[in-house]
Design a protein around this ligand. Structure first.
Ligand code: NAP
Length: 300
């Protein structure tokens, strides 16, 4: 196992599980989180808390970022106390957030100009995958950097694919997001139809989950819908951030995505209703409002 010293910036829903798995795999680990109290748990398991991304970067061979949106990644990497301000020649920066492919290429150029290198390595698999170390990781960047980072990825994920040059990882992540929301809409329509059709929705879910209609979304979020448990693995607000990236990128290449555009509008109605902090499976609420019925797994 490599003795790479790893830094992790962004201990949110995803980052805290990923960082925990790096520590469990034996990597010397430094962490930074904007809200400092979120570093305590990692520090208790042997990671070292730092005071800024620059402070962290001075001490690490590999610096991982997993923060919310494009401007947030730009701030933690290229801000006044960002990674670039602290890194040394040879530092490998790996951004595992989901952000704009174009902004990724621009950030990589700034890092390369300072003697560092960058991989974009967004993930899929939800909070469960982050906690269990079973994420899918789609990586853009050079062969050399990918080979250097592989042991680090293997501590966090299972399906690790080098998909192309810098920026390609983010493009493939947008492919992933088109599939995720399509599955969320299909699940929502199917469960609503089951309810309206008068069948037991719990039995309906059990009957269809293992066949050709099965999906990660249905198996993991279907039961949450039946329990009316809207706690987020992935919030509606972050889902909308990703759909905005998808629709912008689709506009750039001139491809129509009518289904994805519709789902973006449905999520917007939920944001207007103040539900942006709920999980993306709460998409079903937009359809419930249209149908004026509610899914009920405990029929009396
Ligand atoms: P989250 O729980 O909201 O955590 C966001 C993290 O980013 C927090 O640590 C937050 O710090 C930090 N952050 C945000 N803006 C920042 C800024 N300007 N400067 C410094 N730190 C900042 O989000 P998440 O669900 O972990 O998602 C993180 C990334 O992974 C996103 O790009 C998301 O699209 C992607 N992703 C998420 C999932 C999922 O299922 N959740 C799946 C795949 C990919 P504070 O603690 O101070 O707020």
């Amino acid at each position: 196992m490599s003795q790479l010293t790893v830094g992790f910036i962004g201990l949110g829903i995803m980052g805290r599980g990923m960082a925990r798995n790096l520590r469990a795999a034996g990597f010397p680990l430094y962490v930074y989180n904007r809200t400092a109290s979120r570093m305590t748990e990692l520090a208790d398991s042997g990671a070292v808390a730092t005071t800024s991304p620059a402070d962290l970067a001075t001490r690490c061979d590999v610096v991982i970022t997993c923060v919310s949106d494009t401007p947030d990644v730009e701030a933690v990497i290229d801000g006044p106390t960002g990674v670039i301000a602290g890194m040394r020649a040879g530092t490998l920066v790996i951004d595992m957030s989901t952000i704009s492919p174009q902004a990724t290429v621009a950030l990589a150029a700034r890092i390369n100009a300072k003697g560092g290198s960058m991989l974009d390595a967004p993930v899929s698999g939800g909070s469960e995958g982050a906690a269990k170390g079973t994420l899918s990781i789609m990586v853009g960047g050079s062969d050399v950097d990918f080979a250097r980072a592989l042991p680090v990825f293997q501590a966090m994920g299972k399906n690790i694919v080098h998909v192309g040059a810098q920026g390609a990882g983010q493009t493939v992540k947008l492919v992933n997001q088109i599939l995720v929301v399509g599955n969320a809409l299909a699940m929502s329509e199917a469960l609503l139809f089951a309810q309206a059709g008068g069948v037991d929705v719990t039995k309906a879910l059990a009957a269809v989950s293992g066949g050709a209609a099965g999906s990660w979304m249905l198996s993991n979020r279907g039961p949450q819908i039946l329990n009316r448990d809207w706690r987020p693995g992935f919030t509606i607000d972050l889902q909308q951030k990703d759909l905005r990236l998808v629709l912008d990128a689709a506009d750039d290449v001139g491809v129509p995505l009518p289904g994805t555009a519709l789902i973006f509008q449905l999520y917007r109605t939920l944001q207007h209703a103040g539900l942006g902090h709920e999980g993306n499976h709460a998409l079903v609420k937009a359809l419930e409002q249209l149908a004026r019925i509610e899914i009920n797994s405990n029929p009396s």
